[in-house]
Design a protein around this ligand. Sequence first.
Ligand SMILES: [Zn+2]
Length: 172
Amino acid sequence: MSLYSNVSDETVDQIALILGGEEGVMIIDAIRSVNEITVEEIAEQTEIQINEVRKILYRFYNHSLVTSRRFRDKDTGWFIFQWRLQQELIEAFITGMKGKILRKLKTRLRHELDHEFYRCGSGECPRITFEEAMDMVFNCPVCGEPLKPVDNEVYIDFLEGKIEEIEGELEA
Ligand SMILES: [Zn+2]
């Protein structure tokens, strides 16, 4: 059971995997199990080197996945950091990722709408734009076979559907 209602454990784990690999997921699991935890405690639980734990935690911190609270140890006088997951910021991270994907999809769609495409039909050869095809006198730049126009309507439909889907999620 997640402490956080809006973001599933799976989603947080996925982000942790992207940012910190398998060790990142182990660190997130350790934090999740206790809510607040020190670097030393994480290292002990996960058996990951302290320096590595610290490195991954700062990467998480830079991407707003975790936050820390600092206090002074009464006995040693040293500062101790307690780390925890940051729900609102995780949501912000996800929203930011979706925004980035959305911008890429829109650029892609613009490119598809603005160009005519040609290809020879061989699976190995790339699709090229009308302008590039002109330069090649409508012969494939890879195999030399004649180029034929490509219908990109299905791809445009796919991109438009994907954009609509993500925009819907961002508005929710
Ligand atoms: Zn070809």
